[in-house]
Design a protein around this ligand. Structure first.
Ligand SMILES: NC(=O)c1ccc[n+]([C@@H]2O[C@H](COP(=O)([O-])OP(=O)(O)OC[C@H]3O[C@@H](n4cnc5c(N)ncnc54)[C@H](OP(=O)(O)O)[C@@H]3O)[C@@H](O)[C@H]2O)c1
Length: 291
């Protein structure tokens, strides 16, 4: 068993970006600027946004955090997006999800200008991704592709089982892994809550991407020896021994599954840091393309 160390791979990506940004700065060119919108004070969202802002600082990007109370009305949020769309200093815009229930998240995402859509959730970005055209790829699946690339994992011809079909993880992951690319060229099976023979399917998987949000769902009896396991899940579970009162659990029962695998991502320290590194890459790309 070997660890797909997302912290290490993400650091390598951020180090490379930092050099590129320093060079741009020396040449008098614009440096990347990410705007993050955070609505409410959901603990996990606060943590994710803080990590994104910190990554901007580490790589020499500018960042602007726009905060709103959870009772903000949809129109005000849309107006803020419009302002950011029209601000030439802003290269990338992200809206931290989930949004409060009274706000239509799709309407908000669709309002982001496609050339600043660094989360890759806008239908224009999704359409290009499906066609295999250059675009902003949703950060989590993009981060996983970068991780596979960093460790030179040969995915060609492998059967990948993707558990979860959300627009932000499972579905784009299935599209990327099935693409004619490297990594990619997998035969992909995408599973969801109505899949009836999940264990059987998982046992056929050379690669399993677990993105369903149920802690330790994937157990050793579901995994073929020598499989490659990508654990996307992050769930906060109570832990009174921790100062925070919780700890993070993945969708894979790491302790029992790891020994059967060739490669596996830990939680934390696997997909999470790669998601942020991928967001930084998208923001850098937006800066180059917009300026
Ligand atoms: N590491 C990171 O950076 C990162 C980024 C994003 C998300 N995450 C984590 O990844 C997990 C998934 O996130 P998400 O946003 O994709 O979640 P989501 O929108 O809730 O989607 C979960 C998916 O899992 C499927 N599912 C639920 N129960 C299932 C079961 N028993 N068997 C098979 N499939 C099942 C659902 O099926 P249906 O469609 O049928 O309901 C759905 O497609 C969460 O823990 C989230 O916190 C991590």
């Amino acid at each position: 068993m070997q660890i797909l160390d997302g912290k290490l791979a993400a650091q390598a990506i951020k180090d490379a970006l930092k050099l590129d940004v320093a060079q741009r700065s020396n040449e008098g060119k614009k440096i990347p600027h990410l705007a993050a919108i955070l609505v409410g004070n959901n603990g996990a969202s606060e943590t994710y946004v803080a990590a994104k802002v910190k990554a901007c600082e580490e790589t020499g990007f500018k960042s602007t955090l726009v905060r709103f109370n959870s009772d903000i009305d949809e129109l005000t949020l849309l107006e803020e997006i419009d302002n950011l769309n029209n601000d030439p200093d802003i290269d990338g815009i992200l809206v931290q999800l989930p949004l409060p229930k009274h706000i239509d998240a799709k309407k908000v995402i669709d309002a982001i200008s496609p050339n600043k859509d660094v989360d890759g959730f806008h239908p224009a970005s999704v359409g290009k991704m499906v066609e295999g055209l250059p675009t902003f790829i949703p950060a989590t699946p993009y981060g996983i592709m970068l991780l596979l690339k960093h460790y030179k994992i040969d995915t060609k011809g492998k059967h990948a089982i993707v558990i979860g079909r959300s627009n932000i993880v499972g579905r784009p992951m299935s599209i990327l892994l099935s693409g004619n690319s490297n990594p990619g060229n997998c035969t992909v099976t995408i599973c969801h809550s109505h899949t009836t023979n999940l264990k059987e399917l998982c046992l056929q998987g050379d690669i399993i991407v677990a993105a369903l949000g149920i802690p330790e769902f994937v157990t050793a009896d579901m995994v073929k020896p020598g499989a490659i396991i990508i654990d996307v899940g992050i769930t906060r579970v109570e832990d009174s021994t921790r100062k925070s009162g919780f700890r993070l659990k993945g969708d894979v029962a790491f302790d029992q599954v790891a020994e059967k695998t060739d490669w596996i991502t830990p939680v934390p320290g696997g997909v999470g840091p790669m998601t942020i590194a991928a967001l930084m890459k998208n923001t850098y790309q937006a800066c180059i393309e917009n300026n």
